[in-house]
Design a protein around this ligand. Structure first.
Ligand code: NIG
Ligand code: FE
Length: 412
């Protein structure tokens, strides 16, 4: 039997399929994967690989690790300016909240982002995205939220879409106009939320620029009642929702997100058991962002035990942004998810593949090595999946397939 439709076969690999419910990592020790066009056509033990025609490209992995390509399901990588001065201020004793309340923080990035040209923003965004891509990432979520007015929010979303056109990466965009109250609406948060619901969100939806809607539910952000209003508006436009919840305090945002069938609730350091239960019941993914926890020197850990106990799917993302996580590495975040949050390396990898796909509503297409899914695969220069989390800076892709086609990699 020959398989002429196959375009590529990877043999003799340590295949971490990341499929749940089977062996750890969904591991196939000496495995093979066949690709037909852009899709995975076959996966299984190397000894059971069907014969293939001579025309199929065959890679002998010599035992190297093969995983699904990584997915960074929470980034804010379109921004201008730099917040290094805040880094200094925090080292001198200021807190993230006091800086935010005195007009720095998110609002300083808003001023720089409004002033930047589209070309500059695109160039900066691509530079950051390339850092992620070099680590084997082929799918990222990008949020707006540094515009906070109609023009700049749409500009950010347009640039986010452009990143997916000029670089080999699939981009999911999220409208985060409810990130902070802009200066024009100072002390009028309700009016700003009304403006987001009545003007910005409908415009983003009409132009097809947003795949989801997010908000920052926090004392220094928006109240649960304001988030509720936004989520209702999102539903009217058929958009998925997600939420920055329980990062700095417990606002019961995760339960609110779950009530609205949110794809994910993100951060969650202050999540309580009711929130975890609600997320489990709704299938809302817990996106953990250890880079922001580390960079802000937070001390309260997300309740990983509760998430496990209630079977809440856990994802890990970079949160790449100028203020709380200027750290352009998903692998570093997997490492920190283990060292700081005590995730297992298996959970960290599932968090950057299977559950990250789910947090973006892409679980049917991406995140595991299974027949029929998109053939975005990484063959690594290491042999065991735990090495991806255990050895920061040492693991890199030696072959990266996107839609079944080899991409340039940075080497060994
Ligand atoms: O995810 N929490 C709110 N938003 C970002 C930080 C944004 C910023 O400080 O620029 C976050 O941590
Ligand atoms: Fe964020």
């Amino acid at each position: 039997m020959t398989h002429d439709a196959w375009t590529r076969v990877i043999r003799n690999a340590t295949v971490a399929t990341c499929v749940a419910g089977g062996p750890r990592y969904g591991l196939i020790e000496r495995g093979a994967v066949a690709v037909a066009g852009g899709r995975i056509a076959w996966v299984g033990p190397d000894t059971e690989l069907p014969a293939q025609s001579d025309r199929v490209a065959v890679d002998d992995a010599s035992g190297a690790l093969l995983t699904p390509a990584l997915i960074d399901c929470h980034t804010h990588l379109v921004w201008a300016g730099s917040r290094h001065r805040e880094f200094e201020q925090r080292l001198e004793g200021a807190t993230y909240e006091t800086i935010a309340r005195t007009g720095g923080g998110i609002l300083s990035t808003v001023a720089a982002t409004r002033a930047a040209t589209e070309d500059t923003l695109l160039e900066l965004a691509c530079r950051r995205a390339r850092k992620l891509l070099a680590e084997g990432v082929t799918c990222i979520e990008i949020k707006s939220g540094y515009g906070l007015d109609l023009k700049t929010e749409l500009k950010m979303l347009r640039i986010a879409r452009r990143v997916g056109e000029v670089l080999p990466v699939t981009v999911r965009t999220t409208l985060l106009a409810a990130h902070a109250v802009p200066p024009e609406f100072e002390n009028r948060a309700d009016d700003y939320v009304a403006h987001v619901c009545d003007v910005i969100l409908p415009a983003a939806a009409a132009e097809g620029l947003a795949d989801a809607v997010d908000a920052f539910c926090e004392d220094i952000g928006f109240t649960p009642a304001q988030v509720e209003r936004l989520f209702k508006a999102a539903r009217e436009f058929g958009l998925s929702v997600k939420l920055h919840a329980e990062q700095l305090s417990n606002q019961h945002g995760a339960a609110l997100a779950a009530r609205h069938r949110a794809l994910s609730a993100d951060h969650l350091e202050h999540l309580d058991e009711d929130g975890a239960r609600a997320m489990a019941a709704a299938g809302t993914v817990a996106v953990l962002l250890p880079g922001a926890f580390y960079f802000l020197r937070e001390t309260r850990l997300p309740p990983v035990g509760l998430l496990r106990q209630h079977d809440v799917p856990i994802a890990v993302a970079s949160d790449l942004n100028p203020g709380s996580a200027p750290l352009a590495s998903l692998l570093l975040n997997m490492n920190m998810a283990c060292t700081l949050f005590r995730l297992t390396p298996e959970e960290a990898l599932a968090g950057a593949t299977r559950n990250a796909a789910r947090a973006l509503g892409l679980a049917a297409e991406r995140g595991t090595i299974e027949t029929g899914k998109v053939a975005d695969l990484v063959l690594w220069n290491v042999q065991h999946p735990a090495q991806l989390s255990a050895q920061y800076g040492l693991a890199s892709p030696r072959l990266l397939l996107r839609d079944g086609a080899p991409q340039g990699t940075t080497g060994q």
